[in-house]
Design a protein around this ligand. Structure first.
Ligand SMILES: Nc1ncnc2c1ncn2[C@@H]1O[C@H](COP(=O)(O)OP(=O)(O)OP(=O)(O)O)[C@@H](O)[C@H]1O
Ligand SMILES: [Mg+2]
Length: 294
């Protein structure tokens, strides 16, 4: 992970970005992209490409291999920069701040952007950082080329999450989706705190609220698939549900099983922490009635 995205971003020239873009593109065909291919893509001469590569290598934005031939590739750091560049060009971001959250497979930054220069959050997906096999089993993302599996997996995860936010917002209480590029999503900043890390005054009301959000989600045709007290944020007015890359449609063969697990997690949490009880079968039956088959 880059130590300081804002600095690195400001100190990366347009030409360096173009070289990164060339490597990203040619990685579809090469495990290690040869200098000639980078020169072809950028239309810079070889000497200039070599110079840019030396700068990028010093910034640790590219990896070099000289075993069979001299070749280069990028990893998450440069991929983050390319996504940021797209957001900045489109105006959805104009400044980026600190890390405000991290998950098993993501890093979330504070930022500002848009015409009103409002605060937003950028979530960079990091799927495939561990082993791709695990990712495949967990996220059901198709394997493409092994050396860029991390790139496909994280990009697909971000797209899947963004699609869910687009579909659900504002009917379901989720962060407002603002923009999406590569493996990154720009969205509104969460208002409250994770249900797991706070104590609510009126648990019965919040439990009903969460169940209502799950029902509204089902009515739009999807199931979260990874719901827990860590992916539910509560604020004085209600709750927001986050972390959607593994959602499935209501007609997915595992939809019912995933819905059961989601609801079981929520009910178990409320039961253990607040002694707030619900009959799981009743809750599920009620939600299933809303589930519009897609
Ligand atoms: N829109 C947002 N605004 C503010 N903080 C956020 C936002 N989205 C995510 N976060 C923070 O980042 C953390 C990780 O986000 P999220 O749960 O979406 O990622 P993940 O990597 O998929 O998580 P997991 O570890 O559950 O797999 C959240 O717990 C939260 O603290
Ligand atoms: Mg999470």
């Amino acid at each position: 992970m880059l130590e300081n995205i804002p600095d690195i971003f400001l100190n990366t020239s347009t030409r360096e970005f173009r070289v990164l873009l060339a490597i990203e593109n040619k990685m579809k065909f090469y495990e290690w992209v040869p200098i000639e291919e980078i020169a072809n893509f950028t239309k810079y001469d070889r000497k200039e490409v070599e110079y840019m590569l030396s700068i990028l290598a010093r910034k640790k934005l590219i990896h070099r291999n000289i075993l069979a031939y001299e070749g280069y590739r990028i990893y998450f750091d440069a991929y983050d920069l390319l996504a940021l560049k797209a957001f900045v060009t489109r105006g959805s971001i104009n400044a980026i701040g600190d890390v405000i959250g991290a998950g098993k497979e993501s890093q979330v930054y504070a930022a500002t952007g848009g015409i009103t220069n409002r605060e937003v959050a950028i979530k960079f997906h990091r799927e495939g950082k561990t082993s791709f096999k695990k990712v495949k089993v967990k996220r059901e993302h198709a394997a493409e080329k092994k050396h860029i599996s991390w790139l496909y997996a994280s990009r697909l995860a971000a797209k899947k999450e963004y699609d869910a936010l687009k579909l659900l917002y504002p009917v379901v209480s989720v962060p407002e989706p603002v923009d999406h590029n590569r493996h990154a999503i720009v969205m509104s900043v969460l208002k409250g705190q994770a249900l797991a890390h706070t104590k609510v005054d009126d648990p019965e009301w919040y439990l009903e609220e969460v169940i209502k959000q799950v029902r509204n989600t089902a009515a739009l045709g999807i199931i979260h698939g990874d719901l827990s007290e860590f992916n539910i944020f509560v604020n004085p007015d209600g709750c927001e549900i986050i972390d959607w890359p593994q959602h499935v449609t209501c007609s997915h063969p595992n939809a019912k099983e995933l819905l059961y697990r989601d609801i079981d997690n929520v009910l178990t949490f409320f039961m253990k922490k607040y002694r707030a009880k619900r009959d799981i079968r009743e809750v599920i039956t009620n939600i299933m009635e809303s589930c519009r088959k897609k």
